[in-house]
Design a protein around this ligand. Structure first.
Ligand SMILES: [Mg+2]
Length: 253
């Protein structure tokens, strides 16, 4: 994996951002620095300005684990596509299927909020209703490992069985049939009529995009784990601003 901002990395990026191209970004850990409390996260102004400029000439998509209602107020620009819940919300063509995902989630919530649920007696664990997925947060729990084991074990007894997505002190429960971020990106490429796509993400759910390995797509992973399928990498989130500057220069605005 080459550094995105090396000469060869930039030459590859140039091939994917010209003409009819889809520029897609994750939010947390990519556009917004990771913070202790997810509700405090924000996209810095200097990135907002650059993203707003990119929307004038390119198709921009945001693909996030957050619910759309939660993500939208974070954006000081209007992307053509805003996909939420790790791909389970907002993908064109999946509108009626999304209603099924919402039904699964409300069934899970009803069970998990029952009086005899062990996780409710464990301080520091909270349950977030994201409509198309649900999330157990355990950052405030002590010890965190025990909290994670507790909620994982509980989640694997739910019917239908959710897909479990591990995040930063969060365990996401997502309907198994729901599109993941890779499915979402593939659908957006088709829907937008774009010829190419450039994607930037930082986390395990972004690997679903990185692993697509479509000839029409180039990906950048931020501080990726060893074995990541990303094509290029940035060493840390603070470099995203330089990446956007380079992309803007290539586009010529
Ligand atoms: Mg992320």
């Amino acid at each position: 994996m080459n550094p995105a901002l090396s000469t060869s990395g930039l030459a590859r990026i140039r091939e994917f951002v010209g003409g009819r191209s889809l520029l897609a970004f994750d939010i947390d850990g990519t556009l917004a620095p990771i913070v202790a409390r997810p509700w405090d996260a924000h996209i810095p102004d200097e990135l907002q300005v650059r993203l707003a400029a990119l929307t004038a000439t390119r198709t921009v998509a945001i693909i996030t684990g957050r619910a759309i209602a939660d993500a939208k107020p974070m954006l000081g620009f209007s992307p053509r596509y805003l996909i939420g819940n790790h791909g389970a919300e907002g993908v064109p063509g999946f509108e009626s299927a999304s209603a099924t995902y919402a039904r699964d989630c409300s069934k899970w919530l009803e069970e998990l909020r029952g009086d005899n649920e062990a996780w409710r007696a464990s301080p520091g664990i909270t349950l977030e209703d994201k409509a198309y997925s649900i999330a157990f947060h355990y950052r405030q729990a002590q010890p965190r490992e025990a909290a994670l084991r507790l909620v994982e074990e509980r989640a694997t007894r739910l019917v239908p069985l959710p897909r479990l997505i591990h995040g930063n002190c969060v365990l996401n429960l997502v309907p198994r049939e729901a599109p993941h971020k890779g499915d979402a990106l593939r659908a957006l490429l088709a829907h937008s009529g774009c010829e190419r796509s450039f994607y930037v993400g930082d986390d395990v759910t972004d690997e679903d995009v990185f692993r697509l390995k479509l000839p029409a797509m180039l990906s950048v992973g931020i501080d990726p784990e060893p074995g990541s399928a990303a094509d290029l990498f940035l060493p840390d989130q603070g470099e995203v601003i330089r990446l956007l500057d380079e992309v803007t220069k290539m586009i010529g605005r």
